[in-house]
Design a protein around this ligand. Structure first.
Ligand code: SAM
Ligand code: SF4
Length: 445
């Protein structure tokens, strides 16, 4: 299909971002070029998320919009869908009202190359779901990354934790661990190619295990790769975070950043969620991080309105937010999901109560964010440029080692450039600064 163009829209988590890069690599190998936007693309691919009903609905209505246009016209453009919603809805996305030309489940991303051949031969309505993902791995050479300094590397896929609210174990299957030699080899090749920021991915990275080799042993091996500047990992499940891992994070090349979702500050709710830790256990791990990893940024996820959440449970959550002094909080309103235990709990919290609680949580975290970012003002931080500022597309934007967004409104930089910037202002979630030194140019591709 040479001369054709593609456009991928990604919803959801970083694992989906990596899967989109895997899809992009296969499309480019088949002769497609990246389109500047969806309007002109010959093939549009939506990579979907089903963690919350809203994300699922957005993806399916966007799919319907594309296909509705196409059915009205000559239908030249191909419209495909991949990700968790496919795994959840299976062949339904190929039928009315969605009419996708092809659908790829979460374990079938690597089959896109073969599907492109079938599409070229005129086939439509293709469904690919890989039933057995037990020996999961992927060919890292086909990943098409836009930022040539920053890379996601999957170490595991799926999840076996079955938190009572979460659809992930049903749509991504049980946890599957990638071979350590494949991970190490990929990270070495990335470092040789000039990548300095590597983020290891898994729904629960700390549960990584291959034979006798655990997550901390994998980190030990990766830490020996000289050229790496920032080694990160997401997501860490609090029940599996051990002191050895925290101590290791204190050293180069580990970035002083962790995503440690607490979900609730109430032990009763944590029990109902099947999280496997108490608020005390969680706070102990926060104290390890504060003690051993200097300047560690702790990001968390919190869910509001879980079935049966009382005022007292919610107050417990607010208290933990104050005690832990989170640097960043992502908060979500509970959304009942198919297949999950919690969806049959009943005991729904009234919508108005949930809204009021959510508002209070946002106000508290806003105050926290500002306080946590203020000390950066006047300091110089290293910024790895990863795009343009959302407010001003001509201004540069990047991430500090703590993974904080730094906007550089007065500067023009390229994606992949590494600079030093003096911080002039602190916002709620972002810093503003100006470049004082250019450390590394963007790599030439
Ligand atoms: N594996 C991570 C962990 O252990 O927390 C989180 C992965 S989950 C896909 C990302 C976030 O989505 C969760 O931290 C949770 O706060 C939120 N989430 C998951 N299921 C949800 C649901 N049913 N309703 C609302 N938010 C949900
Ligand atoms: Fe979902 Fe829990 Fe697994 Fe995270 S650990 S992906 S919240 S089941």
């Amino acid at each position: 299909m040479s001369g054709k163009t593609y456009w991928i829209r990604t919803f959801g988590c970083q694992m989906n971002k990596l899967d989109s890069e895997l899809a992009a690599g296969q499309l480019e190998a088949a002769g497609f070029a990246r389109a500047p936007g969806d309007e002109s693309a010959d093939l549009v691919l939506l990579n979907t998320c089903s963690v919350r009903a809203k994300a699922q609905d957005r993806a399916t209505s966007m799919l319907c919009n594309y296909t509705r246009d196409e059915r009205g016209r000559s239908g030249q453009r191909l419209v495909g869908v991949m990700g968790c919603v496919v795994q959840q809805m299976k062949g339904k996305l190929l039928e009315a009202p969605c009419y996708a030309d092809f659908a790829l489940g979460t374990g079938a991303v690597s089959q896109l190359a073969e599907i492109i051949d079938r599409l070229a031969a005129g086939e439509r309505g293709i469904l690919a779901l890989q039933a057995d993902c037990s020996a999961w791995d992927y060919d890292s050479s086909i990943v098409r990354r836009q930022n040539k300094r920053s890379a996601f590397v999957a170490i595991s896929r799926g999840c076996s934790n079955f938190c009572s609210y979460c659809i992930v174990p049903y749509v991504r299957g049980p946890i599957k661990h990638r071979k350590p030699e494949c991970i190490i080899d990929e990270v070495k090749r990335l470092a040789d190619a000039g990548y300095i920021d590597v983020c290891l991915l898994g729904q629960n990275v700390n549960a990584y295990k291959h034979g006798e080799l655990k997550f901390v042993h994998l980190l030990e091996k990766l830490a020996q790769i000289d050229e790496l500047r920032r080694l990160r990992f997401i997501t860490t499940h609090p029940k599996d975070l051990c002191l050895d891992t925290v101590k290791m994070m204190a050293h180069q090349p580990f970035a002083p950043y962790i995503s440690l979702p607490i979900q609730s500050g109430s032990d009763r709710i944590l029990g109902l969620m099947n999280r496997g830790y108490t608020r005390r256990d969680y706070l102990e791990k926060v104290s390890w991080l504060r003690e051993h990893v200097e300047g560690c940024f702790i990001s968390t996820d919190i869910m509001v309105g879980f079935p049966g959440e009382s005022d007292a449970d919610f107050e417990d959550t607010l208290e933990v937010v104050r005690l832990a002094q989170f640097d960043n909080v992502y908060s979500f309103i509970y959304s009942p999901r198919p297949f999950t235990k919690a969806s049959s709990f009943g005991n729904e919290v009234p919508k108005l109560v949930v809204k009021a609680r959510f508002k209070r949580l946002l106000a508290l975290q806003r105050q926290n964010h500002v306080e946590r970012l203020r000390p950066f003002v006047g300091k110089t931080v290293e910024v790895l440029i990863d795009g343009a500022s959302k407010k001003d597309r001509s201004a540069a934007c990047g991430r500090s080692p703590q993974h904080v967004i730094v906007n550089l409104p007065q500067d023009r930089c390229e994606i992949g450039e590494l600079v030093l910037a003096e911080i002039t202002e602190a916002g709620v979630r972002t810093l503003i600064g100006k470049v004082t030194k250019r450390l590394m140019p963007a790599p030439r591709s």
